[in-house]
Design a protein around this ligand. Structure first.
Ligand SMILES: Cc1cc2nc3c(=O)[nH]c(=O)nc-3n(C[C@H](O)[C@H](O)[C@H](O)COP(=O)(O)OP(=O)(O)OC[C@H]3O[C@@H](n4cnc5c(N)ncnc54)[C@H](O)[C@@H]3O)c2cc1C
Length: 245
C-alpha cells in the first residue's frame, strides 16, 4: 500500500510528487501519456528562465527531480478507482490501470488533465463544462471524498504551467498535512538558522553548512550545464485535429 498515488505525471503531478516524496511519503506517479505542455513551442512565462525554456526539457528535468526526491513512476492509464473496503476510506483505495496490476494507495492525487472518468465510482463531484469535466475541490485540493485530491487544470486552475505546478505543490502539502508525516516546511537553510537561536531544526527542514551548500551548488550547476548543452531532438506535439503531411 503506497502512501500516495499521483495519477498524471504532468506539470501538477510532478510538482506534487516532489513535495510528497521529499516529506518521506511513499509516492508513486502513474502516467498514462503525455503532458499537454508537450504541445508548447517555447515556454516563456515560467519564472526562472529569463529567455524561456524548451517545455519538453522542463518536463524531463521535473521528472528527474521527482525521481531524485524518491518518487517512483509507472506508465499506464488509470481506468478505475474504488475504496479497498466499501464504507471505510481509512483502508485506502485500489487503482486499476490498463493492462497492469491493481495498485493500492492510502491517498490519491488526481492530476490527470483532462481525464477524471476513473473517479466516477467514488462520486468525488465533477463539474462539466463543454466536453471537459473538472473535479470539485476545496482551496487545498481536497475533494468530497476523504483521501482523494485533485490538482492542476483538472481542479479548474488557470491553464498555465506555473499555476499548475504551484497548485500541485499546494495539494502535495495538503496530503502531507493529512498524513501522519512529521512536517513543518520543506526548507533547506544555512547552518545555525534555527539552532543558532536555540531552536531544533523543525521536521521537513534541513540545516546545511557552507561546504555542503557549495557542494550542492556545484552538483546543480554541473547538471544544468549538461542538461542544457544541446538542443532537444523532440518536436512539440501538434493538436490532434490539425492535419499534417
Ligand atoms: C499548445 C499549448 C501551449 C501551452 N503553452 C503554455 C505556455 O506557454 N505557458 C504556460 O504557462 N502554459 C502553457 N500551456 C498550458 C500548460 O501546458 C497546462 O496548463 C499545464 O500543463 C497543466 O498541467 P496539469 O498537470 O494540470 O496537466 P498536464 O501537464 O497535461 O498533465 C496531465 C498528465 O496526466 C496524464 N493522464 C491523463 N489521464 C490519465 C489517466 N487516466 N491515467 C494516468 N495518467 C493520465 C497525462 O498523460 C499527462 O501526463 C500550454 C498548453 C497547450 C495545449
Amino acid at each position: 500500500m503506497r502512501d500516495v498515488c499521483i495519477v498524471g505525471g504532468g506539470t501538477a503531478g510532478l510538482a506534487a510528487s516532489i513535495f510528497t516524496a521529499r516529506a518521506g511519503l511513499d509516492t508513486l506517479v502513474i502516467d498514462g501519456g503525455e503532458s499537454i505542455l508537450a504541445r508548447n513551442a517555447s515556454l516563456e512565462n515560467y519564472p526562472g528562465f529569463p529567455d524561456g525554456v524548451d517545455a519538453r526539457r522542463y518536463l524531463q528535468l521535473s521528472r528527474e527531480q521527482a525521481r531524485n526526491a524518491g518518487a517512483e513512476f509507472e506508465l499506464g492509464r488509470v481506468t478505475r478507482v474504488e475504496p479497498v473496503a466499501k464504507g471505510d476510506l481509512e483502508q485506502g483505495f485500489v487503482l486499476e490501470t490498463e493492462g497492469g496490476e491493481p495498485i493500492e494507495a492510502r491517498r490519491i492525487i488526481a492530476a490527470s488533465w483532462s481525464d477524471s472518468e476513473y473517479l466516477v465510482p467514488l462520486d468525488v463531484g465533477r463539474i462539466q463544462r463543454g466536453s471537459k469535466y473538472f473535479v470539485d475541490t476545496d482551496e487545498a485540493g481536497r475533494t468530497a471524498v476523504d483521501g482523494v485530491y485533485a490538482a492542476g487544470r483538472l481542479a479548474d486552475e488557470p491553464h498555465q504551467a506555473i499555476v499548475a505546478a504551484g497548485h500541485g505543490a499546494k495539494v502535495g502539502l495538503a496530503v502531507i498535512h493529512d498524513s501522519d508525516a512529521n512536517f513543518y516546511h520543506d526548507w533547506v537553510v544555512p547552518e545555525g538558522y534555527f539552532t543558532g537561536r536555540g531552536r531544533e531544526v523543525p521536521p521537513g527542514c534541513e540545516e546545511i553548512d557552507d561546504a555542503e551548500r557549495r557542494k550542492r551548488d556545484e552538483l546543480a550547476r554541473t547538471r544544468m550545464l549538461e542538461a542544457f548543452e544541446d538542443p532537444l531532438d523532440e518536436e512539440p506535439t501538434m493538436h490532434p485535429s490539425v492535419e499534417q503531411d
